[in-house]
Design a protein around this ligand. Structure first.
Ligand code: GUN
Ligand code: ZN
Length: 445
């Protein structure tokens, strides 16, 4: 039977969704109704029994969750993962700038972009904030492949004009950024955004940061950059900008700090910077695996949250080893527990570690908000667009668990965080379009 794409689809499965940073809910025997790419209802499966004209898809043994949001990663570093042995600035010089340079070859740029978006889809990431490489063409190609993938992306070409082999002129950086913005912002029927992407303060001249700030402000664009990741980096920023009181103050000076700013890392914030980030309503993309890999530090996420700073999660490949968000959620909890243990043994008391609910919120609702998608996706609420994933519940348990085994809500969430693998993500939908797995044949009721 052929199915009209606008026909309402009813997905029947338990639903796990965030309610707030502290609370998630697990709705057994539920279903979500998707019409024209939007969620029109989330209610008990029985309540739809008499509804005519629905295509009913029973996701047996699975649960539905919001699509995951990766708030920080580098497409151009896909093949440079797990190159160990350096701290940030040496790692960039030795491994990352050369790896990104290779994307001047368009065939490699296309192949990399295809594999990159396939990886995100496999792992249930349906929206991401992405850096490409320095090359305008590679960024066009990345947008083409993002459009083809069906995912949501906020993406930009990293701005670098401070000299050396991995740099371009200020004029070229500004004009290519502007062309990319004009061509791609809002493409894919609004799924794609152009993100203004000053790589970090050390890679940009003052003029380039000012131009980036203007383009972002004039067009309401997302700004993404790195901040306060590594102590040597912070020292170099202080030396280059002695007139500014902090790293954060540099970005603020150039108009790069606002509610649409995504700051990766922010491990070593001063109290003034915490206040600034909270005041400007910027979001930190916390990247715990990357922060360990590059020996950058263990961010004190609880302190950021207590200061009213918004926090999302980023896999940050290539400093993070995979694009799989549940692994980042787990690392965020693990790092906060390591901090807890260290602080407690040193001081006798410590801030509470992150909870599974908090990392779920960061990876779904919080990440969506950080990408400017509040009300569009991330909470599985009626009226949002239908971005969701299905997870094989049984496989979360060792060898499927004993016959008939069922876990209640909270352990199920933490089992997802601690044990999920990409293979357990059985379905991925964006705007109601299935991007991973296939709908089983079903009858229309
Ligand atoms: N700071 C500037 N560029 C980068 C990058 O590519 N990765 C990380 N982790 N930090 C950066
Ligand atoms: Zn990064």
């Amino acid at each position: 039977m052929s199915v009209h794409p606008d026909q309402p689809h009813l997905y029947v499965a338990p639903v796990l969704r965030p309610l707030s940073p502290r609370r998630a809910e697990y709705l057994t025997d539920h279903a979500i109704l998707v019409e024209r790419g939007k969620i029109s209802a989330v209610a008990s499966a029985a309540s739809f029994a008499g509804s005519p004209g629905l295509r009913r898809i029973v996701l047996e043994g699975q649960m539905i969750m919001p699509g995951l949001t990766d708030a920080h990663l580098h497409l151009a570093q896909l093949d440079a993962v797990a190159l160990d042995g350096h701290e940030l600035l040496d790692w960039l010089e030795h491994h990352i700038f050369p790896a990104e340079s290779a994307l001047s070859h368009e065939e490699l740029a296309r192949d990399t972009a295809r594999r990159f978006f396939a990886e995100l889809t496999e792992g249930g990431t349906t929206a991401a904030a992405i850096y490409t490489s320095l090359h305008e063409n590679a960024c066009h190609i990345a947008f083409e492949e993002a459009e083809r993938s069906g995912l949501r992306a906020a993406m930009g070409k990293p701005l670098m004009d401070t000299g050396g082999p991995y740099s371009e002129s200020t004029g070229e950086a500004i004009s290519s950024m502007t062309r990319l913005f004009r061509r791609w912002h809002g493409a894919g029927e609004g799924r794609l955004q152009f993100a203004v992407t000053p790589r970090f303060a050390l890679s940009c001249s003052d003029g380039l940061m000012a131009a980036a700030g203007r383009l972002a402000r004039d067009n309401g664009l997302l700004v993404q950059t790195h901040m306060s990741e590594n102590l040597d980096e912070i020292r170099a920023v202080r030396e280059r900008f002695p007139q500014h009181s902090s790293y954060g103050a540099v970005y603020d000076h150039f108009g790069l700090m606002g509610p649409r700013t995504l700051l990766a890392h922010c491990i070593h914030l001063t109290e003034d910077e915490k206040r600034l980030l909270a005041e400007r309503e910027a979001t930190v993309a916390h990247c715990p695996r990357s922060n360990l890999f590059l020996r950058s530090g263990m961010m004190h996420v609880r302190s950021a949250l207590q200061n009213g700073i918004r926090v999302g999660l980023g896999t940050d490949i290539a400093a993070g080893p995979t694009t799989f968000m549940p692994d980042e959620m787990r690392a965020a909890i693990d790092v906060s527990k390591a901090r807890y243990a260290l602080d407690k043994s040193a001081n006798g008391s410590a801030a509470e570690p992150l909870t599974p609910e908090e990392t779920l919120y960061m990876a779904t609702a919080g990440g969506a908000d950080a990408l400017g998608l509040h009300g569009v996706r991330g909470r599985l609420l009626p009226g949002e667009e239908a971005d969701f994933i299905a997870v094989d519940i049984q496989s979360l348990h060792p060898q499927g668990g004993p016959p008939g085994f069922r876990l209640p809500e909270r352990p199920l969430l933490s089992r997802f965080i601690y044990r999920a693998t990409p293979a357990m993500i059985t379905g991925v939908w964006v705007r109601g379009r299935r991007l991973k797995g296939e709908n089983p044949p079903t009858a229309t009721h």
